[in-house]
Design a protein around this ligand. Structure first.
Ligand SMILES: Cc1ncc(COP(=O)(O)O)c(C=O)c1O
Length: 442
């Protein structure tokens, strides 16, 4: 009770912040109070250039009128409709619009509220699919070291980032992992896809030999591993994975929570790399990050396999209270309109050379041991301070914030993924500031 009496609107204690150094933050708070297009405004009145599209999600830039208006209108017209056994028009309209921009054959969409839920949904679809096809022995799920698939139990089980897994017990059973593809010794400072490491996909063959294909339901990978610090797929890698999955009857899931919606210069990485998975998980850019929403794309083959049995029966026992929430659907439709009108789903392709030149120009800065890029994604890997891993990059993050630039760091890697509305002068501003920071003895 006394605690409550002491609580004022600006008291930071109650909120246990996600993926945050809470004690450090609460000593030196960093609060955004408004945003427009490429910039945030801080509580102390400064502008901060958004070098990360929020958390890889604000692809159309901030507070875009079409999206804001769509939400406002929808909130006054139909606020909620039950998601089970009932619907509303925008959920269907959105699914059709999404299927239109998805790789050919991805004909159906399930809605979720986040990337983590999209992953859980896709893994469950994979297990259930094999079961309805009479292959219930296919229960294993294969992920990859350094993979990030959200924070729920399925996602951290197939994921491969140790700190996200080690505290949480046994996780899902029946999971195995392929090796990651990071080979800095061979591929450092590569622009686009690395030359070396494509053959690592054949590790899947080893895993299949170990467990037998008849026990494996699905392989899940991020086409570009983002959260672990931007690992671009080596040449031939994704194609080989596809080939092996097809050969062994294993479903291939691309987790496109960050690569979806234009990040690489095509709507999805599957199109950019010309490799067709059986499912694609998305969230983030679907609504420009404005309202929580995710979507899982599945092929007609997967969807149709469930459409049997008595017609009054539910075909797939899964879903969320907020699956296809009307306001989220309106936000997504406003987002897709904005992407279309401004050509944002392909804009990264036009800017990627300019972006890559600016990014790789930082090669001569102190402590930079690798730089990598594709589309409007960039990463700068720093040499860790001996005995203090992550500190150098975190210092860069704090200095950048002071200088009016938002970057993201993971381990000792700086990851960049600006809104797709970025202009060349913003790119100059971003890398100009970053150069100063990297040269400032961090
Ligand atoms: C590839 C990938 N999958 C899943 C997620 C989880 O998404 P969310 O934080 O919306 O649950 C993320 C988040 O960064 C992601 O990058």
């Amino acid at each position: 009770m006394s605690n409550r009496l002491n609580t004022t609107p600006n008291d930071l204690r109650a909120f246990w912040m996600p993926f945050t150094a809470n004690r450090q933050f609460k000593k030196e708070p960093r609060l955004f109070v408004s945003a427009k297009d490429m910039y945030y405004q801080t509580h102390d009145g400064r502008q901060v250039l958004d070098g990360t599209a929020g958390l890889w999600c604000v692809n159309a830039g901030h507070c875009r009128p079409k999206i804001t208006e769509a939400i406002r209108e929808q909130a006054g017209e139909l606020d909620y409709a039950p998601a089970f056994q009932l619907g509303h028009p925008k959920a269907f309209e959105l699914a059709n619009r999404l299927v239109d921009i998805a790789p050919e054959g991805m004909d159906h969409v399930l809605y979720t509220n986040s990337g983590s839920e999209s992953v859980e949904t896709a893994l469950k679809v994979a297990l259930a699919y094999h079961r309805v096809k009479g292959n219930g022995s296919r229960f294993r799920l294969i992920g990859r070291e350094r993979g990030y698939h959200g924070v729920n139990f399925g996602g951290i089980s197939v994921g491969g980032i140790v700190s996200n897994r080690k505290m949480f017990g046994t996780l899902l059973t029946g999971v195995d992992h392929m090796p990651h593809t990071h080979q800095p010794g061979k591929n450092a400072f590569t622009r686009g896809q690395p030359e070396h490491g494509g053959d690592l996909a054949t590790e899947l063959e080893r895993i299949v030999t170990l467990h037998d294909a008849s026990t494996i339901a699905a392989v899940i990978v991020e086409p570009i591993a983002g959260s672990t610090g931007v690992l671009i797929p080596p040449k031939g890698y994704l194609q080989k994975l596809r080939e092996l999955c097809t050969k062994h009857g294993i479903l291939l899931i691309f987790d496109e929570v960050i690569t979806g919606f234009g990040r690489l210069g095509a709507p999805f990485a599957a199109q950019y790399y010309d490799v067709k998975p059986d499912m694609i998980t998305t969230a983030k850019g679907l609504t420009n990050g404005v309202i929580p929403m995710g979507a899982v794309f599945v092929t007609a083959e997967i969807h149709d396999a469930f459409m049997s049995g008595p017609e009054h029966m539910i075909e797939f026992f899964h879903g969320y209270t907020y699956s296809g929430n009307p306001i989220a659907c309106a936000a997504a439709l406003g987002t897709l309109d904005t992407y279309k009108e401004e050509g944002l789903l392909t804009r990264a392709a036009e800017l990627s050379d300019y972006w890559a030149d600016a990014l790789h120009s930082l090669k001569d800065c102190p402590n930079v041991i690798d730089i990598r890029n594709t589309g409007l994604i960039g990463a700068i890997e720093l040499d860790p301070i001996a005995g203090e891993p992550t500190k150098r990059a975190f210092t860069a993050f704090l200095r950048a914030y002071e200088k009016g630039l938002l970057i993201r760091t993971t381990g000792d890697i700086i990851a960049l993924s600006p809104p797709l509305i970025i202009e060349k002068h913003h790119i100059d501003e971003l890398f100009g500031k970053l150069r100063e920071i990297l040269q400032s003895n961090i």
